[in-house]
Design a protein around this ligand. Structure first.
Ligand code: GMT
Length: 378
């Protein structure tokens, strides 16, 4: 198949999934065309089946706003015609599904449009009345729609009020890259790099530091236990809430126990250093970072928000707490830290659960089948 993919190429779960999916499709022998405003950041290797079509978004002074959507749609339509694409896969309902539908019209070809909903397009933008019609148009006009969790699927139906069939296709992990293979060695090196004692428990969180990630709760959970725990909290990433998190850390007297590592290209080494991964978001359609951290060996504590409870099996592969319940998160940190046999059991359960439910082969095959069905190969 000749597949066109459009996503936001910057750091973020949706861009990562779109890119990994393209790479895996290329490895399965399909021809993959990325049509984006920049080279997707995880696309570091060149592959004979992968083509990148980058389009500059102009900023002519006559336009008050750069015409991103129209430019991308126009580029997709050119690529459809030049490369005879069989199918186009759009990540995010707005703007990309709408761009895909427009591009198909511009090209004058009946190319099926697949749209994957990742979360923010529904859980945040879906509540913006000025965008609801566009989101509904993008969903209803696509030939197939997928959501990255059951929770996102149900929420989309409720918020967007659409009758469209939405299939759940979970996120997957690139197990060739995120795995426990060099865990011990990396842990040792990273601890040396950050001057962390060998027997100190490492707690970690990574995100784009948006308010919905509730990083304050992570800091507060750590605060409830830090006196009894020989532990350090490592925060990776950056974003709008950074200053407020730093203020909280200072006011709780945790400055010497929290490491702000900032934006990192090698997040894997941080996952490998960590014993416990925390994701206490108030909205989270899936939580790809959670999956990556788990496959690198860190046992998770997550909130019940959105798809997180589809990733973590409570008390089996990690712990779930109510949104805002940082005290329970603290208790679970202590349980894991003080009970090595419980930790080991959860660690093992988690690795085998990921291998069976979120293995790239399992999920990529679901997308491949969907494409095949749309093209009538079923
Ligand atoms: O988490 C973010 O803020 C980034 C966002 C994105 O658009 O890349 O991630 C969303 O898509 C990921 C891939 O499907 C999901 O794993 C994340 O849970 C989802 N984020 C939210 O729902 C907040």
């Amino acid at each position: 198949m000749k597949i066109g993919i459009t996503c936001y190429p910057s750091v973020g779960g949706s861009g990562i999934i779109a890119t990994e999916l393209g790479i895996q499709m290329a490895e399965r022998g399909h021809e993959v065309h990325f049509i984006t405003s920049n080279v997707p950041f995880r696309l570091s290797t060149s592959h004979p089946n992968i083509y990148i079509h980058q389009t500059d978004i102009n900023d002519y002074s006559v336009f008050r706003y750069p015409p991103y959507d129209i430019t991308i749609a126009s580029k997709i339509s050119e690529v459809i015609l030049e490369h005879n694409l069989d199918i186009i896969h759009m990540h995010y309902a707005v703007p990309h599904a709408v761009c895909g539908i427009l591009a198909r019209q511009m090209a004058g070809r009946e190319v099926p449009v697949v749209t994957t909903l990742h979360g923010t397009d529904i859980t945040v933008l879906g509540y913006d009345m000025s965008l609801v019609s566009a989101i509904r148009f993008g969903i209803n006009g696509s030939d197939a729609v997928t959501a990255v969790s059951e929770s996102l699927k149900e929420q989309t139906k409720a918020v967007i009020e659409t009758e469209k069939k939405i299939r759940t296709v979970h996120n997957f992990v690139d197990e060739n890259y995120f795995n426990v293979e060099h865990r011990q060695m990396t842990q040792q090196k990273m601890k040396e790099r950050f001057s962390i004692d060998e027997d100190t428990i490492v707690l970690m969180h990574t995100s784009n530091f948006r308010k919905i990630k509730r990083i304050d709760d992570i800091v507060r959970a750590f605060h409830t236990v830090h006196e009894a725990l020989n532990g350090v909290l490592v925060l990776v990433g950056d974003g709008p809430e950074m200053n407020s998190v730093k203020r909280l850390v200072k006011s709780l007297g945790l400055k010497d126990h929290v490491i702000f590592a900032g934006q990192q290209t090698d997040v894997r080494s941080f996952y490998l250093m960590s014993d416990i991964f925390l994701l206490l978001s108030e909205k989270e359609s899936f939580g790809l970072a959670l999956l990556e951290a788990m496959n690198c060996g860190a046992v998770p504590i997550g909130s019940v928000a959105g798809g997180i409870s589809e990733v973590i099996r409570n008390e089996d592969t990690g712990f779930l707490v109510e949104v805002g319940d940082y005290r329970s998160a603290g208790k679970h940190i202590m349980q894991l830290a003080k009970d090595p046999s419980l930790y080991r059991e959860m660690h093992e359960n988690m690795l085998s659960d990921i291998a069976s439910r979120f293995h790239s082969n399992v999920i990529v095959s679901q997308y491949e089948k969907l494409y095949g069905d749309l093209l009538g190969d079923a």
